[in-house]
Design a protein around this ligand. Structure first.
Ligand code: CA
Ligand code: CA
Length: 667
């Protein structure tokens, strides 16, 4: 079987060399990009594998032929599930589907991760690369085909890959390497019509690694239509947690005014749009008075944030209509922007007719030992409730899982969304993501859908969902906290942040599209934290309610906040700006971090930070090393970290000094 495969590859190769030099018509720059299948991370022993995590379009009617080689064996194959066991080396899982298409999926050994596999140059026919030492086994893939060993020449620590015949348009070459002691960073090379992409201008928004995300909360972004304003005006709801008028029409207006392009954004993540309650819920007790209304001792909340869905297939009328949603998406596409929708599958509001008709669809709010099952994030990860009025759905029940994946698809079916940001992923079982991945792959095979999830936890837990058949990415909260604790708080030396960044590359791939966030609607504003206006160890919600949290030491705040942006934009991953962070907006935790977005009236330092971020975005979007370069640490001291990104021999060198609050980016 192996020999046959190799002969087949050699045949393809000989076709290549004649086809490679020929001129081809320029491919449509907007044609969909098909990402190659993510590798299997072997974890040792007997590992249970769901084949649909790698080939999500397969159904249980398909009976693919699979083979792992060399050194691994596949057993107990049934219903697209099997056990993988082997000798922990770099290998390949080959899958041949009923239509005789073969997919080769890399199996990466469970060995310490090292960087040092770098591309050093390319011609029309070859790609050269360097290894950190002799004796590494190297494998090359063109999309999902393992290339024959005759395509690779390795001498000592340098290697040459003969470029095979590539499909027209975008394809990807990947390199993997390992020896008995370690595995190296993977290399990802985008190809255009069979040639190495060396100019970022050849890339499109469908190249996921090029994205720059902007996260906005609809109610707090811009009010484009005052006719739909409908604050609760309930004496028990303070204005900061009431509807403030932002809507879909406001986003459209800002798209059309060029706001996002001017900043350099490619992808807008909008907060949930589903119908939320028209009355007030929850209760927040104040301990030490209240800066908004001292006569109150508590407040209820409105559903301004959108995370309390009542109807999952209806646009909240306070945000606009279905037509206004379509107009917003059309405007975004006309301006070359993508839009991903925040979708909530974990829970519904208690007044949702779905829950009233199916009370058995929710999880038990009482644990077997009699305790209340609220906010037990890790102990009762999949069943816990976020609050008394938003019961957690039991997505282990197939009927519930079907219904909630179908409503997610409703939005793709009826509106040209480009992907999802999935809420509370950590609290949703894997089966949900498998079902969603399968439905998207089979119903919308022609659409480029990018999905990013929210999970707080270890790289193992986060990575469990980052698979071809589930989510493309998640937010890298470990990287976010790593920056807070090293650069912002100086609690740990810079080496701790470097370790976290390497750990992310090891866990999700060296060219992952994990979200490098500046903050989000749940976190204290980074500028306020950086300036010392709020401390990391204080109750950020209470601080927000009880005092005006400003910038603190402005000379430190903006410079430290800028260091965070520089790191987010120059390490692997997709940078993600939370609205206002681009100019150093201030605030404590929610709702103080959800103040209405300011488009003007920025002070001088805010304007300066905004234009510095804008320059940084331009630099990233035009730099192949920053988009696809392989990362290596060059120098590390207590306070300073220097790292490089190398692509085809071109290097960008970044130095972050947290003591002097300076950075340099050298081309
Ligand atoms: Ca409005
Ligand atoms: Ca749950």
């Amino acid at each position: 079987m192996k020999k046959t495969t190799l002969i087949l590859i050699c045949f393809v190769v000989s076709l290549t060399l004649s086809a490679c030099g020929s001129k081809r018509a320029c491919a449509n720059s907007n044609e969909p990009v098909v990402n190659p299948i993510m590798p299997v991370y072997y974890t040792g022993g007997v590992q249970h594998v769901w084949l649909t995590d790698y080939l999500p379009a397969l159904s249980t009617d398909d009976t693919p032929v699979i083979e792992a080689m060399p050194g691994y064996k596949v057993s107990n194959f049934a219903r697209l599930e099997f056990d993988l066991q082997g000798n922990n080396t770099l290998s390949t899982l080959s899958v041949e589907t009923a239509d005789h298409t073969r997919y080769d999926i890399a199996i990466l050994p469970d060995l310490p991760f090292k960087t040092g596999l770098l591309t050093t140059g390319c011609t029309e026919r070859t790609i050269t690369f360097s290894l950190p030492a002799e004796g590494y086994d190297v494998q090359a893939y063109l999309d999902n085909q393992l290339l024959g060993p005759d395509m690779l020449e390795i001498e000592g620590t340098t290697g040459t890959l003969h470029i095979p015949d590539c499909p027209e348009g975008r394809s990807f070459i990947r390199l993997y390497a390992a020896n008995a002691q370690s595995r190296l960073n993977d290399v990802l090379i985008p190809m255009q019509d069979g040639k190495v992409v060396t100019d970022a201008a050849q890339l499109t928004i469908n190249d996921d690694q090029t994205q720059v995300l902007y996260s906005l909360m609809i109610d707090r972004f811009y009010n484009g239509n005052t006719a739909n304003d409908e604050p609760l005006n309930d004496p028990e709801v303070l204005p900061i947690v009431d509807y403030q008028g932002g809507d879909l029409a406001g986003i459209t207006e800002k798209i059309n005014s060029g706001f996002f392009e001017d900043l350099g954004i490619t992808t807008i993540w909008i907060s949930p749009i589903t119908q939320n309650p028209t009355d007030a819920w929850g209760r927040y007790p104040f301990k030490n008075g209240n800066k908004y209304d001292p006569s109150k001792t508590y407040t209820k909340f409105s559903g301004y944030h959108g995370y309390w869905p009542i109807y999952n297939n209806k646009v909240d009328h306070r945000f606009g209509t279905g037509d206004e949603l379509r107009a917003m998406l059309d405007a975004a596409h006309a301006h070359g922007l993508h839009v991903v929708l925040d979708y909530v599958a974990n829970h519904l509001h208690i007044n949702s007719p779905v829950i009233q008709q199916h009370p058995e669809w929710i999880t038990d709010s009482i644990l077997p030992d009699g305790r209340r099952n609220f906010e037990l994030w890790d102990e009762a990860r999949l069943t816990t409730w976020f609050d008394v009025h938003i019961p957690s759905l039991n997505l282990e029940i197939p009927e519930v899982c079907e219904a909630m994946t179908d409503t997610a698809l409703f939005w793709l079916e009826n509106y040209p969304f480009d992907g999802f940001r999935h809420d509370a992923c950590k609290h949703i079982p894997e089966g949900y993501w498998r079902m969603l991945g399968h439905k998207i792959a089979t119903r919308f095979p022609e659409r480029h859908i990018w999905m990013i999830g929210e999970t707080y936890g270890s790289p193992d837990l986060i990575g469990m969902y980052v698979k071809t058949g589930m989510l493309n990415a998640q937010f890298d909260f470990n990287e976010y906290y790593g920056i807070r604790e090293s650069v912002i708080d100086s609690k740990f030396p810079m080496s701790e942040l470097e370790r976290i960044v390497r750990e992310s590359m090891a866990a999700y791939g060296a060219h992952h599209t994990m979200g490098n966030i500046s903050g989000n609607h749940d976190q204290v504003r980074i500028a306020s934290l950086a300036g010392g206006a709020i401390r990391a160890d204080e109750d950020g919600k209470e601080a927000g309610w009880t005092r005006m949290v400003g910038i603190g030491d402005a000379n430190v705040a903006y410079r430290k906040a800028m260091l965070q942006e520089v790191i987010n934009f120059t390490i692997p991953g997709v940078p993600c700006i939370y609205q206002g962070d681009e100019y150093g907006e201030v605030g404590a935790n929610d709702p103080d971090n959800r103040l209405m977005m300011r488009f003007d009236r920025l002070n001088e330092q805010e304007q300066q930070m905004r234009s510095e971020v804008q320059k940084l975005i331009r630099m990233r979007r035009t730099s192949m090393p920053l988009l696809y370069g392989d990362m290596q640490t060059e120098n590390l001291t207590e306070d300073e970290w220097t790292y490089t990104r190398t692509y085809m021999g071109k290097k960008v060198r970044v130095t972050i000094n947290r003591k002097d609050l300076t950075y340099t980016i050298e081309n």
